[in-house]
Design a protein around this ligand. Structure first.
Ligand SMILES: Cc1cc2nc3c(=O)[nH]c(=O)nc-3n(C[C@H](O)[C@H](O)[C@H](O)COP(=O)(O)OP(=O)(O)OC[C@H]3O[C@@H](n4cnc5c(N)ncnc54)[C@H](O)[C@@H]3O)c2cc1C
Length: 471
């Protein structure tokens, strides 16, 4: 394996870094302020920056398809995704944000000419956004063969019924289309026997069971315009209290929604085939963006522990902090190398052959960064925990949250030892980095609660990451 980057990639890295310095980092606070003023409206700053990114040639870099995108391999795109991941606002500015990236790849790879014209074109131009509706509240969706929503053909139309949740991006008014996963083959036989009643031989022999099919051939993906009659967004979900506006994660009811049969992607029963194609690149993108935010978190913390003095010496010289920083450095390096290896494998031997490595980067690399391997949860929470998160906006939100917790946690542990219980402690973040600019006031009760949250999230977050797949 040779991980040295070509001159094309090095040039793009340089351009991206310059753009990040000139346009992205200085506008993070403005983005945050605009969202605070109007939560479910796209911030003007993003729309202002998009034409600049496009003019700089930093647009649709994720798309390996030369006709529509930059034509970069996974290994070439990975270091660029890492740079974009350093800021929660940048992926969208470069039209490289999830779930649009995965959806655009699906359309580019499997869409008909008509589907590309109607949906891929405006997505590539950054004029609209999209969501992916697979997960359902009613079934364990980590096993997508469980998906129950139905797609039933009636004449020239499909009639769609089901309830979905965690449809990321559905809260954005620019979200105009959903890729919806549901059953075209119900798994129910003419005799009324259900899937459970059927033998394994029945399941894998569609001839015997009429409309039923092997479990991995029962699901299909269909394009559903968000303004379809019968489509209702019931609520936006929160992740640890954050709604991630204006992106959001929607719970959506589909009640007798009708779409033309031409909206079917690839063909009935081919949903898993599409999902497989979508998963690999999306996971590389997520992992590299997470590594980007982990790097930034580590840099932020390194600056901070050098600048602050406690008990007569910089925090950086206190206790085990240096070892913890080294451990985080190693975990990030390991995660990056493993992700680059997965990207290299995808490029050289294909997604199928690389499936073990694609799984590893979530099952080993990201949880290694995400979970607390060190003895000091404050350090891990500031550098590493954020990196398990599946979306960059989430990372930002969670970074803020964890920054509060962990920056406070170091000081507070000492303080808590020297102060009597019940006394409150003031924590001040005065770093010049806007990501570290938080002031919070915590009571010992809050500290305990936060520690529990961090520990719980360390395991649950890794767990979620494993099952979240490429969204
Ligand atoms: C922030 C966020 C964004 C998301 N965005 C999208 C989106 O855009 N579109 C979409 O369709 N979905 C989205 N999801 C949903 C996500 O894909 C699902 O949560 C995931 O697929 C798991 O499904 P489930 O929630 O039904 O969990 P379940 O399947 O009910 O699983 C419950 C628990 O069991 C564990 N588990 C499952 N199988 C095993 C096993 N074999 N061994 C051990 N443990 C197991 C899981 O890890 C999980 O902790 C998002 C989720 C989050 C948190």
């Amino acid at each position: 394996m040779n991980f040295s980057f070509s001159s094309k990639v090095k040039d793009l890295q340089r351009c991206l870094q310059v753009f990040m310095d000139e346009h992205i980092y200085p506008n993070e606070q403005r983005y945050h302020d605009e969202i605070e003023r109007n939560r479910w409206s796209p911030p003007a700053v993003i729309e202002e920056l998009k034409p600049k990114a496009r003019a700089a040639g930093l647009w649709n870099l994720f798309l390996p398809d030369r006709e529509h995108g930059a034509g970069l391999t996974n290994l070439e795109y990975a270091p660029l995704a890492e740079i974009m991941g350093r800021s929660f606002i940048s992926p969208e500015v470069f039209n490289c944000s999830a779930p649009d990236t995965g959806n655009m790849e699906v359309l580019a790879r499997y869409g008909t000419g008509e589907q590309k014209e109607r949906w891929l074109k405006p997505l590539l131009a950054g004029e609209i956004r999209s969501c992916f509706s697979m997960t359902e509240p009613g079934v364990a969706s980590s096993d997508a063969t469980n998906i129950e929503a139905s797609i039933v053909r009636q004449g020239d139309e499909y009639v769609i019924n089901g309830r979905k949740w965690w449809s990321s991006g559905a809260g954005d008014p620019r979200c105009k289309v959903a890729i919806f996963m549901g059953r075209t083959h119900t798994g129910r036989t003419d005799t009324g026997r259900t899937d459970k009643d059927r033998t394994d031989a029945d399941r894998i022999d569609p001839e015997k069971t009429g409309r039923s099919a092997a479990p991995h051939q029962q699901q299909s993906m269909v394009l559903v315009p968000m303004d379809s009659a019968g489509l209702r967004i019931e609520r936006m979900l929160t992740v640890f209290g954050y709604d991630h506006a204006p992106h959001g994660h929607g719970e959506i009811t589909f009640e007798n929604v009708r779409v033309p049969v031409s909206n079917m992607l690839l063909g009935e029963g081919r949903g898993f085939e599409i999902a497989q194609g979508r998963l690999g690149p999306g996971r590389i993108h997520h992992c590299m963006r997470c590594i980007g935010v982990a790097e930034r978190a580590l840099e932020t913390m390194c600056k901070r522990v050098q600048a602050r003095v406690a008990f007569g010496k910089p925090l950086a010289e206190q206790g085990t902090l240096r070892a913890d920083i080294a451990r985080s450095r190693m975990e990030i390096e390991q995660a990056r190398l493993l992700t680059l290896k997965a990207a290299y494998m995808m490029d050289t031997v294909g997604n199928k052959e690389a499936r073990a490595e694609i799984a590893m980067i979530k099952v080993v690399a990201l949880p290694a960064v995400a979970t607390n391997r060190s003895s000091d949860p404050d350090l891990v929470s500031i550098t590493s925990l954020v990196s398990c998160l599946p979306s960059t906006s989430l990372s930002k939100r969670y970074f803020q949250r964890i920054s509060e917790t962990s920056e406070g946690y170091s000081s507070l542990r000492i303080t808590a030892l020297t102060r009597s219980a019940g006394e409150s402690c003031a924590l001040n973040c005065d770093s010049a980095d806007p990501m570290a600019e938080r002031t919070t006031r915590m009571t010992p009760a809050n500290i305990v609660r936060e520690c529990v949250t961090v520990t719980w999230f360390s395991t649950t977050g890794a767990f979620l990451t494993v099952v979240t797949g490429g969204f």
